[in-house]
Design a protein around this ligand. Structure first.
Ligand SMILES: CC(C)(COP(=O)(O)OP(=O)(O)OC[C@H]1O[C@@H](n2cnc3c(N)ncnc32)[C@H](O)[C@@H]1OP(=O)(O)O)[C@@H](O)C(=O)NCCC(=O)NCCS
Length: 234
């Protein structure tokens, strides 16, 4: 393999920046979202960096992890080209964010910025993330009945369709099972991200609307897919 997986270091600012960079480069239904933002860190604040950040990881109940896919190819050796992040306890994680993650970001990016009129102050993409920072979407209870554990996976285009997605999901599943005894995991998907849906279905994920015993998923906004961890450990 011309890339390997390693844990992200919570004390490495370059690892945390890599999570943020890869996130924005894949945040528009799997494609580059940079043009939607003045504040390029916005998607990472929500979907990537907190899983690796020391303040959150210092709260043991948040049960987060972050793995980086690092290139071994001569022209990009040592560069982070993908990641998988997640938590074994989504509810505790959301509680930890409320304590140690959102408050400083809310101070740094006040909601009032949404009304800023000057040209170039913020783009529409920033404004929608600003709302999430100030009023995060909590995971619906129906999803938590399926599993407390969720993940996010993002790989740069240079390393897509080369088998790394399957391997990263396997690494996350193994870590969740071996560290916290997790049996199943889920993830949220942008309904516009058809490529990701094809990938997840290919490796065995099911739409939670089709899984017995997950009541109340039909009426939810968004799309949730889930899988048994044993079936994706490679
Ligand atoms: C979606 C993503 C994680 C998939 O990872 P990947 O490394 O590209 O996928 P893999 O190479 O491991 O593919 C695993 C299987 O899925 C199939 N697959 C992956 N992407 C596919 C696509 N777009 N169309 C059809 N099949 C696809 C592969 O052919 C492979 O099948 P095989 O093992 O039978 O050959 C990755 O492409 C990505 O990060 N995309 C951008 C960010 C994103 O959308 N993240 C998900 C947000 S919910």
């Amino acid at each position: 393999m011309a890339a390997h997986i390693r844990p992200a270091s919570p004390h490495s600012s370059s690892d945390l920046s890599a999570l943020s960079r890869i996130c924005v480069l894949t945040a528009n239904a799997g494609k580059d979202a940079s043009d939607n933002h003045i504040i390029a860190e916005m998607p990472g604040y929500v979907y990537a960096v907190p899983y690796g950040a020391p303040a959150v990881r210092d709260i043991p109940e948040s049960k987060t992890f972050a793995f980086i896919l690092e290139s071994d190819e001569p022209d990009s050796k040592g560069e982070a080209v993908g990641y998988v992040v997640g938590t074994a306890d989504t509810k505790a994680y959301e509680g930890a964010l409320e304590k140690v993650w959102w408050p400083s970001l809310r101070e740094k990016h006040p909601l009032a910025l949404k009304e800023a009129e000057e040209d170039g102050a913020l783009k529409a993409g920033d404004k929608s993330y600003l709302e999430i920072l100030h009023k995060p979407n909590l995971t619906p209870p129906a999803i938590l009945t399926y599993s407390p554990a969720h993940i996010h996976i993002n790989i740069l285009p240079s390393h897509q369709r080369r088998g790394y997605g399957r391997v990263l999901i396997g690494a996350a599943a193994r870590h969740l099972r071996e560290t916290w005894g997790v049996q199943r995991l889920w993830l949220g998907i942008d309904p516009k991200n058809g490529d990701a849906r094809t990938f997840y279905k290919k490796i065995g994920f099911k739409d939670l609307r089709e899984v017995n015993g997950v009541e109340g998923v039909e009426g939810l906004d968004g799309e949730y897919l889930g899988v048994d961890v044993n079936s994706v450990i490679v």
